[in-house]
Design a protein. Sequence first.
Length: 382
Amino acid sequence: MNDKTYLEELRQLFPVTEHWAYLYNGGIHPCPRPVGDAMRDFLGNWEKGGRDVWPLAYEAFEKLKEKFARLIHTQARNIVITESTTAGINLIAQIIRPSKAQNVIVTDLEFMSDTYPWIVCHPAEVRFATSQNGRVSLKDIVALTDAQTAAISVSAVAVGSGFRMNLLELGNFAKDKKVPLIVDAAQALGVIDVNVNNPEIDFLACTASKWLMGPTGVGFLYIGEHYLKSPPPTVGWLAAANRNDWDLRHCQLYEDAKRFQGGMPNLIGVIGALAGITLLEEIGRDFIESRVRHLTSYAIEALERIGVDLWTPREYIERAGLVFFRAPHHQELHAKLKAARIYCGSFLDGIRIDPNFYNTIEEIDRFLDIVRIHMVETKGIS
């Protein structure tokens, strides 16, 4: 089988390709056929069996934890299934519980869910490392760190510029200072490898609904060994090791991440997330990363020639699957792209594309043609 034939087979897995040149896979990933099929099958079984689906769903729940764990080189005992990256970051903040005298360091490249939990729900000072040309350097984080720093929280890949943080460098610094390192991996996992053991990451939160090709409403949180026995901020029946005793007066919490699990998970979402990560395993992350690197490099080189204000780093070691740039009248450009059935993101006064392995150079060229014409038409217009 040649590469072109294989790519066409992969494209058949995504009905979205019949309707869009879909280049926003890091926003909400389009549903692959195997994911939709798995969720529809579960719905059918639920309709016919009600509570009888629970054993099948719980088995999928446990398998999903194992697969999430394998993805980041850890064990299922360290994994909590959550509803989103946001839920994970909030749970981390509740575990750390910084005091008013302490501070938490973030960057100005983060998504809102990475900063709001600290700003709104906790009294600690939130310090922002300022980016330069879409990047944050270690020295900027070092300059903000002191004896009262309760945590350093960063995105493995920044949602805006697409900058890939040097986690090894940052992790070594955080470990040396004995400061917990928190990583939002939503724009990383499924494209690049993240190993929570190298560097030593204390917490990692992610969603299934982006590069892991699952539905919204499902994510996971990795909790490092040092924090596994922390008191959970909320407790549900799944957190109790003695739940089968139906003992209302005594709750024996699990000794691992299960103590943070709470109540019944989003069952149909779990089924879909399991199908998504299984598909990722079958295709292979190395192949996916290679395709994404090829497509993003092609787009970046062309955008540079067109003359947009490119925020994404050129070197692949500093980026992953996101390409972000600013252009005059970006909302007008976004509307032109959408009218041409090209789906991408538009925020921070710019345009973002996130091509995945099933996308093609032809789709990137369609996108570039519209950007090129728009830049000519708006040249000199403020």
